[in-house]
Design a protein around this ligand. Structure first.
Ligand code: HEM
Length: 268
């Protein structure tokens, strides 16, 4: 093989291309930090979506060890990536103000991959489509039409001849599974889904905490974006977006019945 055809670190990972993607719009000292942290999260979201799709396919095929493995990987990504909000907190809020206004109306609120993770896991909300550009809408429309991880799990319960006729029945079934940690064949997958959901909630909590430090109760940059895209239509961000909006998202778990099951769990 010719020497020039040998794969190298740089050609395999497309490092020059990757390093050409950080383009600050201002001369502010901390804008590079801001871009890199966001892009790093988007790369982790990319891998997470890949693994969540794997988990869903594995549940459908009754390959439960593979599904648990994929879900644990996503949980590990969330647990290890979430502390990276600390890196962005090395920027002083006063230094953030040097370039924050230049970002409007961009906001993490428009992250398509984040919404894909939500839709794929179990929280579909078509109203979010209205605030995205065409390519984002296409990706999310596809997700809207697909079964979620939760759908795959409920179908699995059904194949095991467990009762899933209503939410009340699913809740009862989940409690019965959780009561038998060492014996129930669906205990591991149920636990893996729950722990993944918990990891995602931790991301949300850490992000809102970091936002409180960085902008206090100021309006979020996404507010103007949402307004520009949908005019007077659906406004998911409420009056000002920002921290007030983010706090409402803390109630958005993917598998509410598994959380409710913790309340129902008793031990004789
Ligand atoms: C200085 C740092 C940051 C600040 C001040 C900030 C602020 C905000 C605010 C205020 C919102 C609510 C929407 C709005 O009003 O615009 C939001 C949403 C969001 N941000 Fe951040 N953010 C920061 C960093 C990050 C980073 C590093 C990520 C990583 C990808 C991120 C991802 C998101 C996502 C996914 C949402 C949508 C959340 C949802 O709708 O549930 N943000 N951010």
């Amino acid at each position: 093989m010719k020497r020039s055809r040998l794969v190298t670190y740089s050609t395999y990972l497309k490092i020059p291309h990757l390093l050409s993607l950080q383009e600050p719009r201002t001369k502010a000292r901390d804008e590079m930090l801001f871009i890199c942290v966001h892009q790093a999260f988007e790369i982790w979201f990319r891998l997470s979506i890949f693994e969540l799709e794997k988990a869903r396919a594995a549940i459908d095929a009754d390959r439960l060890s593979a599904a648990v493995h994929a879900l644990r990987r996503v949980t590990t990504i969330l647990r290890t990536a979430t502390p990276a909000f600390e890196v962005i907190e090395t920027m002083h809020p006063y230094d953030f103000l040097e370039f924050r206004a230049k970002l409007e109306p961009a906001s993490g609120f428009q992250s398509i991959q984040f919404r894909e993770m939500e839709f794929l896991s179990g929280r579909k909300d078509r109203r979010y489509l209205t605030v995205l550009e065409a390519s984002g809408r296409r990706a999310l429309k596809r997700r809207l039409a697909e079964p979620t991880l939760w759908d795959a799990y409920v179908a699995l319960l059904k194949r095991h001849r467990l009762r899933v006729g209503s939410d009340a029945e699913i809740l009862k079934t989940a409690v019965q599974i959780m009561e038998r940690p060492d014996r129930h064949p669906l205990w591991d997958i149920t636990e893996a889904l729950f722990v993944y959901d918990q990891g995602f909630l931790q991301w949300r909590m850490r992000h809102v905490q970091m936002t409180m430090r960085m902008i206090g109760e100021k309006a979020g940059t996404g507010r103007t974006g949402a307004k520009a895209l949908v005019g007077a239509g659906y406004d998911p961000l409420g009056q000002a977006g920002g921290v007030a909006y983010l706090k409402t998202t803390l109630a958005k778990v993917f598998f509410p019945l598994l959380w409710e099951a913790q309340t129902q769990l008793t031990r004789p």
